[in-house]
Design a protein around this ligand. Structure first.
Ligand SMILES: [Zn+2]
Length: 392
C-alpha cells in the first residue's frame, strides 16, 4: 500500500508481505503487515522494502505472527529477531521486539528500525538467493562445478554443485546435500554456504577433501525467487513429494541425480538443511519417526553422536528431536524416507537451524551459520569415514 511519503512493497527478490496500513505516528512511520501464504497452507517468511521514509524511524507491526508457523505463542514471538537493512547498508539483526496483546485474543510482534532512514528492507531472517550463492562461488574460486540437472515447475534451471576429492577413484564416500525444500528457510542456506566454503578451503589432506560432495542449493528455486515460505505448499510440500512416482518436477530431477550419485558408491550420506518453527532458538537433528526401520534409526543415532561432538555448546539432549507433530501428507514420502527405502538404505539426515539467535545469543550472524555449516561438514565426513573403517 502506498501513502504520500513512504512506499512499502515486497522485495523484488524473495519478496513477501501484505501491507495493511502505512501511517505516521508522531515522529515515526508505522507499517502494519502480514506474512503471506503465497500458494500454500502456512505462512512465516516476510521480506519487505520501504522507500521515501524521509529520515525517520519505521516501526513494523507483524500482525499475523499468531497464525504463522512456530510463532503462535507470546513466548515464541518474544524470541523473534528479524533483520533489517538501512539504505545501502548491510543486514543487521533487530535487537529487541515488543510482543503486543491483540484486543480479542492472542498477540502480535512489533519492532523498529534501529536508526532513522530514507530506505529500509526488513526480512524474517537474512535472505539468501541465487545472487548470494553466486557471490560465494566467485569468492571461493573454481573448486565447485555447477551443472543444471533439470528445470523447475516455472522453467528455471535447477542447479547442482559438485566438488571432487583430489584423487579420482570410483566409489569414494559421498555426501549429497540439499537445502530449501521449504523456500523461506534461509538459515539452511547460510549453513550450506558454510559447507561450500569449508570444502573449498580444506587442506588437500583434510577430511572434507576425502569425500565427494553433491549439493542442490535451492530445491524449491521457484519458491525462493518468488518469496514463498513453502512449508506445506500446494499442490504438495516438496518434502512430502518424494514418492516412487514423484509429485514435483524438482524432486524428479533430484531423485534421478541421486541415483547417479549412489551408483557404485558403498558409503553414502544425504543431508537435508532446514529452518524450524519461527520462534525456536537452537540447532538440532530431526530424527526419524518411531515407525521407521530400526536400522535407519540406529544409523541416524550414529550420525547424531558426531553431530553432537561438533556442537559442544549445546547439551546433547537439545541436539536431537523425534518428531511427533501432525502432517498434511504421507511421511513415507519425505527425502530421508525415500533415501532409505529407494536409494539402498542411504541415511538421510534433516538438520534444523533456527532463524533466531542461538546458543544464548552467541550465534546470530551469517558467519555463525557458516561456522555451523563447516562443523556439520566435518560430522558428515566423520560419519562416512568411520563407517568405512568399520567396514574394513
Ligand atoms: Zn523445512
Amino acid at each position: 500500500m502506498a501513502m504520500r511519503g513512504m512506499r512499502v512493497k515486497p522485495a523484488a527478490m524473495s519478496g513477501n508481505g501484505a501491507v495493511l496500513d502505512v501511517r505516521r505516528e508522531g515522529r515515526e512511520w508505522v507499517v502494519e503487515f502480514m506474512s503471506e501464504p503465497h500458494g500454500g497452507t502456512e505462512s512465516l517468511w516476510f521480506h519487505l522494502e520501504c522507500a521515501g521514509a524521509g529520515n525517520r524511524r519505521i516501526r513494523f507491526a507483524w500482525v499475523n505472527a499468531h497464525v504463522c508457523l512456530g510463532t503462535g505463542s507470546a513466548e515464541a514471538m518474544a524470541n523473534v529477531r528479524p533483520v533489517v537493512r538501512l539504505g545501502n547498508g548491510d543486514w543487521e539483526r533487530i535487537e529487541e521486539v515488543e510482543v503486543v496483546e491483540r484486543r480479542l485474543g492472542g498477540h502480535y510482534v512489533t519492532f523498529r528500525t534501529p536508526r532513522r532512514c530514507h530506505r529500509a528492507a526488513v526480512a524474517f531472517c537474512y535472505p539468501y538467493g541465487p545472487e548470494e550463492l553466486q557471490g560465494t562461488l566467485k569468492e571461493v574460486g573454481g573448486r565447485w562445478e555447477v551443472e543444471a540437472i533439470g528445470l523447475t515447475g516455472e522453467g528455471r534451471q535447477l542447479v547442482r554443485l559438485h566438488a571432487s576429492p583430489d584423487r579420482r577413484r570410483r566409489g569414494r564416500p559421498g555426501a549429497y546435500v540439499a537445502a530449501r525444500q521449504h523456500a523461506g528457510e534461509t538459515p539452511g542456506s547460510w549453513v550450506l554456504d558454510g559447507i561450500v566454503r569449508a570444502v573449498a578451503a580444506e587442506q588437500p589432506a583434510g577430511p572434507l577433501r576425502g569425500i565427494e560432495w553433491w549439493v542442490v542449493p535451492f530445491v524449491d528455486l521457484d519458491g525462493v525467487v518468488n518469496g514463498d515460505y513453502g512449508k506445506d505448499s500446494f499442490p504438495i510440500d516438496l518434502n512430502r513429494a518424494w514418492a516412487a512416482m514423484p509429485m514435483r518436477p524438482e524432486v524428479a530431477a533430484i531423485q534421478r541425480d541421486m541415483q547417479y550419485f549412489a551408483e557404485g558408491r558403498a558409503r553414502r550420506f544425504v543431508l537435508d538443511l532446514h529452518g524450524p518453527g519461527g520462534g525456536e532458538t537452537r540447532i538440532y537433528q530431526m530424527h526419524c519417526r518411531k515407525d521407521r526401520p530400526r536400522a535407519q534409526r540406529e544409523a541416524a543415532r550414529r550420525f547424531n553422536e558426531m553431530f553432537c561432538a561438533e556442537i559442544p555448546e549445546q547439551p546433547t539432549e537439545r541436539l536431537g528431536v523425534v518428531p511427533t507433530y501432525g502432517t498434511r501428507w504421507d511421511l513415507r514420502h519425505n527425502l530421508s524416507s525415500w533415501a532409505w527405502d529407494e536409494l539402498g538404505k542411504t541415511l538421510g539426515v534433516t538438520i534444523e537451524t533456527a532463524y533466531q539467535p542461538m546458543n544464548d545469543g552467541q550465534w546470530q550472524g551469517r558467519d555463525d551459520y557458516r561456522e555451523i555449516g563447516g562443523r556439520i561438514a566435518r560430522a558428515a565426513a566423520a560419519f562416512l569415514t568411520r563407517r568405512s573403517r568399520r567396514a574394513g
